[in-house]
Design a protein around this ligand. Structure first.
Ligand code: PMP
Length: 449
């Protein structure tokens, strides 16, 4: 059966009961519910640095990090100051203001192929707008995505069933019409022959390929060597665009996200252009660049972005886009994402993932680590995970037992085995030690499940 809480959480339970009366499922975003692991979602009362304090007054180490944004930890003083200073000048103007220029300049300075950006308010808006722009720019209908990659709740991108090569996907959720998913082609991640075959058959109808730069939404699955180059080669050859979704990885894995780790290597794609960087045509960003506020972006090649209104005919707009308070939070966050911050996040992630693996190995629990820079997840399977099908070989029951033992021992993991664990630079030795002490207990619980 589904495990339940090891210790009661009466205040969270009372809030969850009230929430369930007015919010579907008691939450405003599905992953927050404990559907996959059982028990009561803990309602956060406050957060500071690496700590979450719940409504019952229990303090835990946070390894969710708001699902990515909180790379500096909660309530970073410089970000708070920037937010207060911006709020003192007004909340939203509906005219341009300097803060949005500063944030855009910071993004463009960090990621070389990013020539122009448009600020939006969520990762979903960024990917939705990027594929519209790609379709508008190329005049073609088809979007290629990969099974297990999540790009927000865009109709055309919710299709994820591993329906195999060249099969046009059916909608995965009621409310998405077959028509709006009909031009979405779902392929397996990291499968070069499947990609080549899809382009051979449909190449002249493909507007774009959208991919998670390193996948983080089927658990963490990095691109295999040669995969990113194959994406570029096939899109270039067909006259399609490559959209690298760095909503999760952007400004987290390095100053320039996944691009900073892989993209700068120079590769000959065999297109006569010689050695070149692995530069996608468009990027999407979110999470870290908003520092916990609703800010995201899409951008890339200036000639492509020139098709966006008001410069060009592809329409996209937003009342709160470039919001001054949110932009200030994002800018302050990025300004404090220094080399030392990335080094600390890398070190914390390495310590925790190695300890998790050692603890599970000691109890004989089958597992594999998925690692992309400082993002990682523990797959509860001994299968080599390279795509969605292999990710789904996991023992969800073992994870649920592990999750609840961690929660009980003072560590809040993402409540799903298909998610990255998120570390921050604020995870000091005290916080890391709580995790290190919890892991062996949780590994025993997983072994017993
Ligand atoms: N793309 C990726 C890679 C994501 O991880 C997410 C969110 N987890 C999104 C897009 C959607 O972003 P948002 O939730 O801000 O709409």
């Amino acid at each position: 059966g589904v495990p339940s809480d090891l210790t009661p959480a009466p205040a969270s339970q009372a809030l969850f009961d009230r929430a369930s009366a007015v919010l579907p499922g008691g939450v405003n975003s599905p992953v927050r519910a404990f559907r996959a692991v059982g028990g009561t979602p803990r309602f956060t009362a406050s957060a500071s640095g690496p700590w979450l304090t719940d409504a019952d007054g229990v303090r835990r180490v946070d390894l969710i990090g708001s699902w990515g944004p909180m790379i500096l930890g909660h309530g970073h003083p410089a970000v708070r100051e920037a937010v207060v200073a911006a709020a003192e000048k007004g909340f939203s103007f509906g005219t341009p203001s300097e803060g949005e220029v500063l944030l855009a300049e910071e993004l463009v300075a960090r990621v070389e192929p990013l020539e122009k950006v448009r600020l939006v308010s969520s990762g979903t808006e960024a990917t939705m707008s990027a594929i519209r722009l790609a379709r508008g720019f190329t005049g073609r209908p088809v979007v290629v995505k990969f099974a297990g990659c999540y790009h927000g709740h865009v109709d055309a991108l919710l299709a994820s069933a591993g329906s195999g090569l060249a099969t046009f996907a059916l909608p995965d959720t009621p409310g998405v019409t077959p028509e709006s998913a009909a031009e979405t082609l779902v392929l397996p991640f990291n499968d070069v022959p499947a990609l080549e075959q899809a382009f051979a058959v449909h190449g002249d109808r493909i507007a774009c390929v959208i991919t998670e730069a390193a996948a983080g939404n089927m658990g963490v699955v990095p691109p295999a060597p040669g995969w990113t180059a194959a994406l570029l080669r096939e899109t270039r050859r067909a006259g399609a665009l490559l959209i690298s979704d760095e909503v999760m990885t952007g400004f987290r894995l390095s100053r320039a996200g996944w691009f900073g780790l892989e993209g700068r290597q120079r590769v000959d794609l065999g297109d006569g252009a010689g050695e070149q960087a692995l530069a996608p045509d468009l990027f999407t960003f979110g999470k870290v660049m908003g520092g916990g506020f609703p800010v995201a972006a899409f951008g890339g090649r200036a000639d492509v972005m020139a098709h966006l209104a008001p410069a060009g005919p592809v329409y996209q707009a937003g009342t709160l886009s470039g919001n001054p308070v949110a932009s200030a939070a994002g800018l302050a966050t990025l300004q404090h994402c220094t080399d030392e911050v990335y080094a600390r996040v890398d070190a914390v992630a390495a310590t925790i993932r190695d300890a998790a693996s050692a603890a599970l190995a000691a109890e004989g629990v089958p597992h594999t680590l998925g690692v992309a820079g400082s993002m990682f997840s523990v797959f509860f399977t001994d299968v080599d995970v390279v795509d969605y099908d292999t990710a789904r070989t996991q023992d969800a029951g073992a994870f649920a037992a592990f999750f609840h033992a961690m929660l009980d021992a003072g560590v809040h993991l993402p409540p799903s085995c298909y998610e990255s664990w998120f570390c921050s630079a604020s995870h000091d030795d005290d916080a890391v030690n709580v995790v290190l002490e919890a892991l062996p207990v949780a590994a025993r619980a997983a072994a017993a499940a």
